[in-house]
Design a binder for this molecule. Structure first.
Ligand code: SAM
Length: 244
């Protein structure tokens, strides 16, 4: 039987925000490959019959190559990552690895979309994202100067922002710099939400403002949502009306 490569976004946390196709892809796979915590995230779907390969942070390219190699052996492989696999996930690397295989030998490939952290966080607040942009603050793969130039350009627009990878053990200063850059164009009272562990048992959201948000309260699994200037409070919710 020809192999298949399913590149799966698992959603932000628990099973409730996992799509039906993500669930069936992981269940039907002969082999499941992923960063350890993402394997844990779909542990409820795994069975004894499956080859399960856990890998570590920083081994993304190896993981993508391994998933393609297993699919070339004829296995149905689920390569899992959190949220949406195309948003700072494994899809681009895995597709590059699959594209390197001659077309007549290439396994069937499917990208399975997932609920990304930013929209899951937005739903907890109401409907704050109208037109919006998503930026990763990680400078592991992109020089920090490039991240800054993206943020400066976006600060001058009226787009809401979802900021991923806001902090790590070693990257602790960037959020204060982000605040400075945004304050060059945006109102200090702009609502800012710090949404942590969204879709998990201990999810929590701190809603404050651009001038007051607590950068120290941001963790690795926080997504930072900066509302656009047309966002408004309506009852308990934060919304950006369509057409605003
Ligand atoms: C490597 S990126 C992966 C993003 C993922 N592919 C997605 O679409 O959500 C990791 C970043 O996503 C965000 N993130 C992932 N899961 C999250 C969650 N459950 N709650 C809040 N933020 C999350 C955090 O900003 C984290 O630093």
């Amino acid at each position: 039987m020809p192999g298949a490569l399913w590149i799966v976004g698992l959603g932000p946390g628990g099973a409730e925000l996992r799509t039906g196709r993500a669930t069936s892809a992981v269940r039907d796979a002969d082999a499941v490959v992923g960063y350890g915590p993402y394997i844990d995230q779909c542990a409820d779907l795994l069975g004894e019959h499956q080859l399960v390969e856990r890998s570590t942070m920083g081994r993304e390219e190896d993981r993508a190559d391994r998933a393609v190699a297993l699919a070339l052996e004829g296995r149905r492989v689920a390569l899992v990552s959190s949220g949406d696999t195309g948003i700072f996930g494994m899809a681009a690397l895995a597709l590059r690895a699959a594209a390197a295989v001659p077309e007549d030998e290439r396994p069937a490939v499917e990208v399975v979309p997932g609920v990304t952290a930013g929209t899951a966080a937005a739903a907890l607040l109401g409907a704050p994202l109208g037109d919006f942009a998503t930026v990763s603050l990680s400078d592991v793969l992109v020089p920090w100067e490039q991240v800054e130039s993206r943020l400066s350009a976006l600060a001058a627009t009226d787009l809401a922002l979802t900021l991923y990878n806001p902090r790590s053990r070693t990257r602790t200063w960037q959020l204060d710099r982000v605040r400075e850059l945004l304050l060059e164009h945006r109102d200090p009272a702009t609502p800012v939400a710090l949404a942590t562990d969204v879709g998990r048992a201990d999810q929590h959201v701190d809603l404050s403002t651009l001038s007051t948000f607590d950068a120290e309260a941001v963790a690795m699994r926080t997504v930072v949502l900066v509302a656009g200037p047309t966002a408004e409070r309506v009852g308990p919710w934060l919304i950006t009306a369509r057409g605003r």
